[in-house]
Design a protein around this ligand. Structure first.
Ligand code: ZN
Length: 368
């Protein structure tokens, strides 16, 4: 195992890739014209929160570093990184939870009520901004429309569509994207992850370093095997087995993570069984192909011939493919809402039953 290098001092230097984002925001910082309301969006695990904290570091650094991004070493920079800076106010929606108006008002007040403690700027960062209720977003809108002096708001979200259009139009919107898989693998190796683990985790993450990091940890490999085994076993499962699994999943503390992997498997099955155009776009096709080799390897009857068809991109079981894709979206949605559901049991029953039906559709079509 390689030894991990010490991380760079400045937070922005720890963000992998995202050169366009760094260039846009960096130019504004150097010119002293950064917007008072910044919206950072992009998929989970690409570095949105590190960028948000790096912008806070840039704004609160007590030295005037020529890069515009702060020095990374002064007391202010270190406190921003540690999350203890008195002028950096961070609010994050808990997993699967909504942010109500009271919680948001308390946070806005903490940002604007007093003068900046250190006499410079103050920064309010809202992570999971789309999960603010409509009333909460309307309250926040007032602060964005009439920005208090030397205050910068940073909204972070995976789904900007979940924000009021009026909020979006008040913000400068910067989007972070996924990275080439090989870059993510190289980065994991530099963090001390074994080469073969790094390669698999990077591929499975679809180019998202944060997700790849989680997947490279030992417990993630066990979870992935558990989910893949169940997806394949479900094809022959009895109703009793199916409901017992749903019950076990419903109680599992890692349910959202299991559902995310399940969604990946289902996207793979879409690719495996369907014509290319069933899958929304090229990116999604790539993302969907993540588990294909593993599924093919582990599933007798889905061997070479079918794999050849996938490469050809020729139609195959389009009805089953559509069913798998719909189930993938269902699993994704369930993963996002898992914390909000009183009990996910009924949703899991339905999901597993539908998945078994999709398998049967697929089997029926290929035997014909
Ligand atoms: Zn500094």
């Amino acid at each position: 195992m390689g030894s991990a290098k010490a991380p760079p001092r400045r937070l922005i230097d720890r963000v992998l890739g995202q050169d366009r984002v760094k260039a846009i925001i960096g130019a504004d910082l150097r010119a002293g014209r950064l917007t008072h309301a910044l919206l950072l969006s992009g998929p989970a695990g690409v570095g949105k929160q590190v960028v948000a904290r790096a912008v806070a570091q840039a704004l609160l650094c007590s030295t005037s570093h020529p890069s515009g991004w702060g020095c990374g070493g002064c007391r202010d920079c270190q406190e921003v990184e540690a999350g203890t800076h008195p002028d950096c106010h961070w609010l994050e929606a808990a997993a699967g939870q909504r942010l109500g108006i009271d919680e948001l008002r308390g946070w806005v007040q903490s940002v604007v009520a007093l003068r900046p403690v250190r006499g410079g700027s103050r920064v309010g960062v809202l992570v999971g901004a789309d999960r603010a209720t409509e009333a909460g977003q309307n309250m926040l809108l007032k602060s964005l429309e009439e920005p208090p002096a030397s205050t910068t708001w940073i909204l972070v979200t995976e789904s900007p569509a979940g924000l009021l259009p009026t909020i979006r139009s008040r913000c400068q919107h910067v989007t972070l994207g996924v990275l080439p898989v090989h870059e993510v693998a190289e980065w994991l190796k530099a963090q001390g992850v074994k080469a073969e683990v790094a390669a698999t985790a990077a591929r499975l993450s679809g180019g998202r370093p944060g997700v790849a990091w989680d997947l490279s940890q030992p417990e993630a490999a066990a979870r992935r095997n558990l989910v893949v085994d169940w997806v394949l076993a479900l094809r022959e499962a009895t109703a009793t087995e199916l409901f017992r699994q749903a019950e076990e999943w419903a109680e599992a503390p890692d349910l959202p993570a299991r559902l995310e992997i399940l969604a990946l498997c289902l996207r793979d099955l879409t690719v495996l069984t369907g014509p290319r155009d069933v899958v929304a776009g090229e990116d999604e096709f790539q993302a969907g192909a993540l588990l294909v080799p593993e599924l093919v390897q582990r599933q007798s009857g889905m061997g070479g011939a079918r794999r050849g068809r996938i490469r050809d991109g020729r139609p195959r079981d389009p009805a089953a493919a559509r069913a798998f894709l719909a189930l993938a979206e269902q699993a994704d949605g369930l993963a996002r809402r898992a914390g909000q559901l009183g009990s996910p049991r009924l949703s899991l029953d339905a999901l597993f039953l539908d998945l078994r039906s999709a398998w049967h559709k697929c089997a029926g079509s290929s035997s014909g």
